[in-house]
Design a protein around this ligand. Structure first.
Ligand code: COA
Length: 263
């Protein structure tokens, strides 16, 4: 599929997605949302065939993503209530589609990740940021709220940081973003791609089905007591250890071999 506002590049099993509206700092409107949702569907299908094993999301130009397109948000005043809700629901589906991808998603953040841009960071599994990057849940500064992104952001930063940052709308540094769990690695801009590559290489030496299962397990277990989680976690490991991939990995270790998935 060809996209107008996205650049999708695949090299071997690494899918690189670049948000490509640099003139508005990669802000997303309804067209970008439709394209991102379709792209996530394509990646999901390719991942099921092991054609994609890692995704990197980046932004073209000066900035990763300035969040929702303010021009688009403002024009919703002309929508009916049903149209407004349908439009917002499409945005929510987009974030879920990326959040639920069965492959690891690396966010490569430079410049700024504000509003929905910080939301995009929150649906990545690993976020690598340039040490000058700025983050912010800035919506309240515009008289709106970080609503659709809130479940994803809360799962990363927790209630305490959310109460400060959702309510002030303040911009904060990459170092702070790392401290609250939104970012995993902060590096000088010149080292950003190398840091992304380190993670790509790490993921390529793990079983792709195991990665997908580990990723799916986290939201199932999150918030449960160990006793409530036990049936889920026991079933998950019971399934994995007898799976072809699990058996291959365990056997390879014992035989001092490298499993077939190892790149
Ligand atoms: N929606 C629509 N247009 C946006 C935008 C957004 N979220 N963010 C930036 N733009 C536009 C600007 O209006 C400007 O357009 P113009 O060239 O016609 O004047 C263009 O993108 C460049 O923006 P500018 O502010 O000059 O770029 P910058 O590189 O100096 O700063 C940001 C980049 C991202 C720090 C800054 O644009 C910003 O703070 N944007 C708002 C982010 C925000 O609060 N998002 C939450 C939305 S809910």
């Amino acid at each position: 599929m060809t996209y107008t506002h996205l650049i999708s590049q695949r090299a071997a099993t690494v899918e690189r997605l670049t948000l490509n509206r640099p003139e508005v700092r990669n802000a997303f409107n309804e067209h970008v949302i439709a394209e991102l949702t379709a792209w996530a569907g394509e990646v999901r299908a390719a991942a099921s065939r092991h054609e994609v094993r890692v995704v990197v999301i980046a932004g073209a130009g000066k900035t990763f993503c300035a969040g929702a397109d303010v021009t688009w948000m403002a024009k919703t005043v002309h929508y009916s209530e049903a149209e407004n809700l349908r439009d917002a629901t499409a945005m929510s589906r987009m974030f879920s589609a990326i959040d639920e991808l069965p492959v690891p998603v690396i966010g490569r953040i430079h410049g700024a990740a504000l509003g929905g841009g910080a939301g995009l960071a929150a649906v990545c599994d690993v976020v690598v940021a340039d040490d000058q990057a700025l983050f912010g849940f800035t919506e309240v500064k515009l008289g709106i709220i970080p609503a659709v992104i809130s479940p994803f952001a809360l799962a990363k930063i927790g209630r305490s940081a959310a109460r400060e940052l959702f309510l002030t709308g303040a911009r904060f540094s990459a170092a702070r973003a790392r401290d609250i769990g939104l970012v995993h690695a902060v590096v000088p801009a010149a080292d950003l791609d190398a840091a992304v590559t380190t993670y790509i290489d790490e993921f390529q030496t793990a079983g792709p089905d195991a990665i997908a299962a580990a990723k799916a397990l986290i939201p199932k277990v999150w918030g449960r007591s160990p006793a409530d989680a036990a049936p889920i976690t026991s079933a998950a490991i019971a399934e994995r250890r007898v799976s072809p991939e699990g058996q291959e990995g365990l056997r390879a270790f014992l035989d001092k071999n490298t499993p077939g998935w190892h790149r």
